[in-house]
Design a protein around this ligand. Structure first.
Ligand code: FIX
Ligand code: ZN
Length: 412
């Protein structure tokens, strides 16, 4: 295959690859308004609100006091009307609108809003999954989320395209507050003598798992998470969460490196990033060989050590270019490094979509970069005399976009 045929073959395989998106904040249609969608939700995504507020034309308190409609008007004016929308989050809006045949250079925000208002929820979900190529996506399901948890029931898990992940940050990062919530729900996690009753906590997690049938358990941990053996969060991880994962045969996804609310006034956009001890991940993998770990880290500086660590532990799968790493320059750098160190034994991306329509741009942008990296790697192989066939390329691409995730999580 000559280089232009090779590039075409890779692009075609990546373009048609169906996707298992292992981490999103989306909800099935039965959750109605919980599922964010349309241009106002796209524009008021926390990535864009903080980019708008950087220009200081309006203060955060005043901005967040406005309706979503007015917030979107301001964001559109500041980032699109009066400046070129060169940031990744801005470009994502344009890629998404373009995929619907909407031209924001000639159409008003009003006419764009009109377009989305005419899409029913079910039509919208079907349209976005078809356009984005996402076959199956995994949600983020926090048992302590008071808006979401009431939806947990048979209908919540009836749409096979929407899988659940039991998200238990609170149990590890704020255990004392969580214990109080467990007591309110009839669980007694602390004994009369002040000891921790791990069995009760495991029962809570297993009761949750019986309700939503998660494909993995997940927790986001700060850079300063206390990994010492006697730290309460670590003891809950070791004696409650990991045993539940083993009992149910579920992976544990650890998302490490977020500094929560470094600027609280920014709300969801107020989180920061910090380097975290990768050796803590290595120790977990070493001490729990029968547990499957999915790990993504938020700091660019952690990526190389994490990839090297994954070489040592078959029970460690690296996934995604998470959040502040989901930018073309970093997705390329990280994906190249991962292919060079891990071959095809990792999950290159997840969308982290909070708004339904984001699936379209987050995957279109990532697919473009991953295709470019794969082309280069196959071209390097060709220089050694190793020619890949279109079938080889298709097989490899399926692994990266869906098969690795299916094998790890049991998604069919
Ligand atoms: O912890 C997480 O799941 C993060 O992805 C979110 O909290 C974050 O706000 C986000 O959506 C980043 O893209
Ligand atoms: Zn997320």
């Amino acid at each position: 295959m000559n280089s232009s045929d090779l590039r075409l073959a890779v692009q075609k395989a990546v373009e048609k690859a169906k996707i298992v998106d292992v981490h999103t904040h989306l909800y099935p249609p039965c959750c109605d308004k919980l599922l964010l969608r349309g241009v106002d939700d796209l524009l008021t995504y926390h990535y864009l609100t903080v980019e708008t507020l950087r220009y200081g034309e309006i203060g955060p308190e005043k901005f967040f006091s406005l309706s979503k409609h007015l917030q979107a008007d301001i964001i559109w004016d500041v980032l699109f009307e009066r400046r070129s929308p060169v940031s990744e989050a801005c470009r994502g809006i344009l890629t998404t609108l373009n995929s619907y045949g909407l031209d924001p250079t000639s159409e008003s925000l009003g006419s764009i809003r009109q377009y989305f208002s005419e899409l029913s929820l079910d039509e919208h979900v079907d349209l976005v999954l078809e356009k984005s190529g996402v076959d199956t996506l995994v949600m983020t399901n926090n048992p302590f989320d008071e808006e979401e948890e009431p939806h947990w029931g048979p209908e919540f898990i009836s749409d096979n395209r929407f899988k659940t992940a039991l998200r238990i940050d609170d149990m590890l990062n704020s255990p004392q507050a969580t214990f109080k919530k467990l007591e309110q729900r009839g669980y007694k996690p602390v004994t009369d003598t002040g000891g921790l009753d791990y069995c009760v906590m495991r029962k809570f997690l297993l009761d949750c798992a019986n309700r939503i049938e998660p494909v993995y358990l997940a927790a986001s941990l700060p850079p300063g998470f206390d990994w010492s053996e006697d730290a309460i969060g670590y003891r809950v991880l070791k004696n409650v969460v990991l045993p539940c994962c083993e009992e149910r045969g579920l992976p544990i996804a650890l998302m490490i490196g977020v500094k929560k609310l470094i600027n609280p006034v920014m709300g969801l956009g107020g989180d920061g990033v910090g380097c975290s001890p990768v050796e803590a991940v290595a120790k977990l993998c070493l001490e729990n060989p029968s547990v499957k770990f999915m790990v993504t880290m938020l700091a660019r500086e952690n990526q190389h050590e994490l990839a090297v660590t994954a070489r040592k532990f078959p029970n460690l799968t690296v996934f995604g270019c998470w959040w502040f790493l989901n930018n073309p320059s970093l997705v390329e750098e990280i994906t190249r490094m991962r292919v060079e160190l891990l071959g095809l034994s990792f999950i290159p991306q997840h969308s982290d979509a909070r708004v339904l329509d984001q699936l379209i741009y987050k995957w279109k942008h990532s697919k473009g970069i991953i295709a470019e990296v794969l082309y280069d790697k196959y071209a390097d192989l060709a220089k050694t005399g190793w020619q890949v066939s279109a079938e080889d390329i298709g097989r490899d691409v399926e692994m990266l976009f869906s098969e690795n995730a299916k094998e790890l999580t049991g998604i069919k």
